[in-house]
Design a protein around this ligand. Structure first.
Ligand SMILES: NC(=O)c1ccc[n+]([C@@H]2O[C@H](COP(=O)([O-])OP(=O)(O)OC[C@H]3O[C@@H](n4cnc5c(N)ncnc54)[C@H](OP(=O)(O)O)[C@@H]3O)[C@@H](O)[C@H]2O)c1
Length: 231
């Protein structure tokens, strides 16, 4: 049982969570935190051997805990998860979602992808025809229960030996039940709170916010997060 901001109780026992692009720092970091919370995690990759290595890396960060983290293909991760996290670069986002669309149909799909480009001035949001990466997923898989979340947390804070991750996670979505579950998942991580940040159409603002956080990181040499006051 997890009490989320606002006081609602969410039952989140023993979820199966697949991570597409699970060999990257964001996928490994989210996989680590979800496994510490007691969920079963399958890190997916285009190469199952790379995913097995990534899973071993995650387990090695908490050798004293019986973390249920394994590796496999992205197809296996999409099949395994009742919750499937999209953690590939934006360049590979549409192709990955399109290829796995039949497996994602009906599932809770958590999109943490930030479409952005870099130039001399730093990071800048990249326009997305559908409005945002998360809305692109919803357009490509109309039956998926898409939730936009974990854009505003640095992998550097997720994937490490720190016991707490000091940030709020802003969560957008149109499926109230799926959004509440993801808010609960975020709130289970010590130091984090999931905050309901409105409908999926606001995901563009969440995804773009990351470019601001990257500018702050550069200026202050840190890995900044966000805190919402008044909640
Ligand atoms: N890093 C952060 O701090 C952070 C924070 C918030 C959100 N995010 C978002 O989370 C996503 C993942 O971030 P990351 O830093 O972990 O990214 P990454 O390391 O660049 O990529 C993650 C994994 O995606 C797979 N991949 C790479 N190119 C691909 C392609 N064209 N098609 C399909 N799969 C591809 C690779 O796995 P295989 O080669 O093993 O398949 C790679 O290990 C990004 O969209 C990013 O915007 C990142």
């Amino acid at each position: 049982m997890t009490v989320i901001p606002g006081g609602q109780i969410v039952n989140l026992e023993g979820l199966s969570i697949g991570v597409l692009g699970g060999t990257g720092p964001q996928g490994k970091g989210l996989g680590l935190r979800f496994a510490i919370a007691g969920h079963s995690v399958l890190l997916g990759s285009r190469d199952a051997a790379r995913a097995a290595e990534a899973a071993a890396e995650v387990r090695a960060l908490r050798p004293s805990l019986p973390l249920d983290v394994r590796g496999g293909t992205n197809e296996e991760a999409a099949t395994f998860g009742s919750v499937v996290v999209l953690a590939v670069p934006y360049d590979g986002h549409a192709a990955t979602v399109t290829a796995l669309a039949p497996l994602l149909d009906g599932k809770i799909v958590v999109d943490c992808v930030n479409p952005m480009a870099f130039d001399k001035a730093g990071a800048v949001p990249v326009p997305v025809h559908e409005g945002s990466a998360a809305e692109q997923t919803a357009a490509l898989v109309p039956g998926a229960r898409v939730v936009s979340a974990f854009h505003d947390v640095s992998a550097r804070r997720l994937f490490g030996t720190n016991s707490s991750v000091n940030t709020d996670i802003l969560v957008c979505g149109d499926d109230a039940e799926a959004k509440t579950l993801v808010i609960g998942l975020a709130t289970q991580v010590p130091g984090m709170r999931g905050i309901d940040a409105g409908p999926l159409r606001l995901s563009r603002e969440l995804e773009a916010l990351t470019t601001v956080l990257l500018a702050i990181n550069k200026r202050y040499k840190t890995h900044a997060g966000v805190r919402i006051t008044g909640v």
